[in-house]
Design a protein around this ligand. Structure first.
Ligand code: TYC
Length: 136
């Protein structure tokens, strides 16, 4: 029998044992419904849809002292109405005691009221104007 080299001898007689690397078993993360795919945690899910903003009507009130011409000018200037429309609104207020000059979001309506009241005060007229919420 011919002599084997040490390597041949090793190869022929011994199958080297590769030690098994113990598996570190980690529990699979459960699929939590509130965790999005990108890992972002959703704290609250909204089921409500965004609602349109509540609207407010700007109402002007009648009085016995403010000149009709002044009211017409105010309605034209702050509510962007032409002369004919402003005159019709003024006459309605004069006859019914009140009339709607326009409908706006809350902040815009409040600004309109402020503008009318400031103009009336500056001119020394008792003209009154209020903002009222409309039903959605
Ligand atoms: N009644 C007022 C007059 O006879 C006119 C007027 C109209 C005043 C509308 C206020 O909001 C008003 N001079």
């Amino acid at each position: 029998m011919a002599w084997l080299s040490p390597i041949e001898c090793f190869m022929a007689t011994k199958i080297p044992k590769i030690p098994k690397i113990p598996k570190i078993s980690q529990p699979k993360p459960a699929r939590v419904p509130d965790v999005e795919d990108d890992g972002v945690v959703v704290l609250e899910r909204r089921t409500e849809k965004t609602r349109p903003p509540s609207m407010y009507q700007v109402v002007m009130l009648n009085d016995d002292y403010t000149p009709m011409e002044f009211v017409v000018q105010v309605i034209q200037e702050f509510f962007s109405k032409d002369l004919e429309t402003a005159t019709q609104i003024m006459l309605k207020i004069h006859l019914d005691g009140r009339g709607v000059c326009g409908v706006y979001s809350r902040d815009v309506a409040a600004t309109k009221v402020d503008q009318v009241m400031e103009a009336a005060n500056k001119a020394g007229h008792p003209l009154q104007c209020v903002s009222e919420p409309l039903e959605p």
